[in-house]
Ligand binder design. Structure first.
Ligand code: 5GP
Length: 192
């Protein structure tokens, strides 16, 4: 069991509606010691492709800390997509619409054209994979930039929701540190 799986079991809370709350170490308070290890685990997960990755792309806010700790090990910069109002990054942007099933709303994400280029080889990192909409939006931005998507590293995949299969079927190399098979009455069961 890796550090993230251990933290989920000790500190995670399975809420009604198949929501996993990890505010105590990832989404609100950040356990930097655990994240340092998680960053290393992301590197191990994509070590075979490390030479093909020159940039990590994530989305604000919760992806940023994970992406930065992983980036330390890949020794590459991090670019994060901004959500909603993003006038401060200028109008020369790549954008995508992302539908959030958890919130029932659509929001726009944007990345300045200054920071994504056709020669870029991108690893997407995000905290959760549920219905796959956030990763799809990031994939569109990578495509629009003419860059190459090497893979998507996810901290927590809720494997009982459709996102993982949809992204794999779309040809994205999705790998997760903690894939949850089911959450039964508060119990969290990982996929073997
Ligand atoms: P997707 O686009 O794959 O449906 O959902 C990804 C985003 O939804 C994640 O970046 C995360 O912000 C949020 N999310 C989805 N499911 C959960 C969950 O169970 N717990 C938390 N904390 N966030 C979630």
């Amino acid at each position: 069991m890796n550090i993230l799986q251990k933290k989920i079991l000790t500190d995670g809370e399975a809420l009604p509606g198949n929501i996993l709350k990890v505010d105590s170490f990832l989404n609100h308070r950040i356990d930097v010691r655990a994240l340092r290890e998680i960053g290393k685990d992301f590197y191990e997960l994509f070590k075979d492709k490390a030479n093909d990755i020159n940039k990590i792309l994530t989305v604000e806010a919760s992806g940023i800390a994970l992406a930065c700790y992983a980036a330390e090990y890949f020794d590459v910069p991090v670019v994060f997509a901004k959500k909603g109002q993003h006038k401060n990054i200028g109008s020369d942007v790549f954008t995508a619409e992302v539908f959030s099933f958890t919130k029932g709303t659509t929001y726009e994400i944007a990345v300045s054209r200054l920071y994504l280029h056709p020669e870029d080889k991108i690893l997407i990192i995000d905290d959760f994979l549920a219905n796959g909409q956030a990763v799809l939006g990031l994939q569109k931005i990578v495509k629009d930039a003419g860059a190459t998507l090497v893979g998507a590293g996810i901290a927590i995949t809720k494997a009982f929701q459709p996102g993982e299969k949809m992204l794999l079927d779309a040809g994205i190399d999705v790998r997760s540190l903690a894939a949850i098979e089911r959450m039964d009455g508060g119990n969290i069961i990982f996929r073997e």
